[in-house]
Write a protein that binds this ligand. Structure first.
Ligand code: NAD
Ligand code: UDP
Length: 388
């Protein structure tokens, strides 16, 4: 429960604030709301078009935090109530986005509108009303590593200077325009530049967050159960879906790309530090990831197969993975980030934050949740007779 005597990193008592959280009904928003309700006295004006993932925080009215969270079903594309909510709050956190790679090359217009155009009024209202903004960007703004352009056999590929991603030094390297995968990264980069410019020219107090593959319970959806059958979520939900249905996990282009995965609960600690330490967080861009949890996508598939077998007590498939081309899986215009290792210097110096949870441990708690939440529903869905 929230204790009255919480202090910030400089030992000052933390005053409860009101925040307008846009995209509060999504994966990250649901965990952030949970943390804010259970451990702080802050108030949340939760804005989203959906609230399924935060229903447990909104009902029943007898919940101890019932007077500290209010849900507003608003599409920020076209709702005049948004400015009023931003004015009522001390801080705005913008999480709203289309952020699943399957959409970047197949719905590039929606992706660009969602990640740039729709975020513009949020930045403008914060700037005009002198309100602090925490804007969620992405590690994808780094694009490809410098090292990926070196010859395959170059020893420099092993040198961290060619692949570790630094907020204030690394360039943003995207593919050609016809590779529409980069529509998302490019829109996110431009909104970062706009937020930064509002800070430089008009004094906007801002913090930009670049998440590096945050994963955990409630991420995305399981196709055919709580999302469209043909939908393609991010890799955690794709592989969970395959494991739940006892299908081989699909490795796009051989599963050679590398990612670092961080547990959502570790990452949320970092966001809470940003919320409660404005003097240390304002004006900064923060990588938030776990450089120790690096794997190739193939290794992720192998580890998830082992962990799922442990938590479900089902033997793994004899052939647990299959290769699939990116064209077949995502369609034309897909491209990939080769490797994503976050440099942690800035977040460590400003907020003293470090991730704690190993990849095995975070997969074990997440896949336990997936099994408990979906295994029965999948069994029922797959045993239904097909209509003739
Ligand atoms: P998510 O899709 O689960 O959540 C986004 C939420 O925004 C959804 O609930 C959606 O309904 C809402 N939303 C979208 N458009 C809206 C609109 N027009 N009006 C109102 N609500 C709208 O995604 P997430 O994983 O929680 O990501 C949150 C943010 O973090 C995004 O900006 C994303 O780009 C960024 N991010 C996340 C990760 C990650 O690892 N999860 C990685 C990189 C970047
Ligand atoms: N991927 C895969 N099989 C899947 C889903 C994704 O091999 O079923 C790969 C994808 O090509 C990418 C990585 O997994 O290399 C991570 O994909 P994700 O959708 O999580 O997003 P990203 O990290 O690329 O933003």
């Amino acid at each position: 429960m929230a204790s009255a005597a919480r202090v910030d990193l400089d030992g000052n008592p933390i005053k409860p604030i009101t925040m307008c959280m846009i995209g509060a009904g999504g994966f990250i928003g649901s965990h952030l709301c949970e943390k804010l309700m259970s451990e702080t006295r802050h108030k949340v004006l939760a804005v989203d078009v959906y609230n399924d993932k935060i229903k447990h925080l909104l009902e029943p009215a007898s919940l101890p935090w019932a007077d500290r969270i209010q849900f507003h079903r608003i599409n920020i594309k076209n709702d005049s109530r948004l400015e009023g909510l931003i004015k009522m709050a001390d801080l705005t956190i913008n999480l709203a986005a289309i952020c699943t790679p399957a959409d970047y090359n197949t719905r590039p217009l929606d992706t660009i509108y969602s990640n740039f155009i729709d975020a513009l009024p949020v930045v403008k209202y914060c700037s005009e009303n002198n309100k602090r903004l925490i804007h969620f960007s992405t590690c994808e703004v780094y694009g490809k590593t410098v090292g990926s352009f070196l010859p395959k056999e170059s020893p420099l590929r092993q040198d961290p200077a060619y692949y570790v991603l630094k907020e204030d030094e690394s360039p943003c390297i995207f593919g050609p325009i016809e590779k529409q995968r980069w529509s998302y990264a490019c829109a996110k980069q431009l909104i970062e530049r706009l937020v930064y410019a509002e800070g430089a020219e008009n004094g906007l107090e801002f913090t930009i967050v670049r998440p590096f593959n945050w994963i955990g319970p409630r991420m995305d959806f399981i196709p055919g159960i709580d999302g469209p059958s043909e939908g393609v979520p991010r890799v955690l939900a794709c592989f969970s879906n395959n494991l739940l249905r006892r299908e081989p996990l699909k490795l796009v282009d051989g599963g050679q790309s590398q990612r670092t995965f961080v547990y959502i609960k570790d990452a949320i600690e970092a966001v809470l530090l940003m919320i409660e330490n404005p003097a240390r967080a304002n004006g900064h861009i923060f990588n938030v990831g776990n450089p120790n949890n690096e794997v190739t996508v193939r290794q992720l598939a192998e580890m998830m197969t082992k962990v799922y077998s442990k938590v479900s007590a089902e033997a793994p498939l004899e052939v647990p993975t299959i290769d699939v081309s990116s064209k077949e899986f995502y369609g034309v215009g897909y491209d990939d980030s080769d490797k994503r290792i976050p440099d942690m210097t800035i977040i460590n110096r400003q907020l003293g934050w470090n991730p704690k949870t190993s990849l095995w441990d975070l997969l074990e708690s997440t896949l336990t949740y997936q099994h408990r939440t979906y295994a029965e529903a999948i069994k029922q869905a797959t045993s239904k007779p097909v209509a003739s």
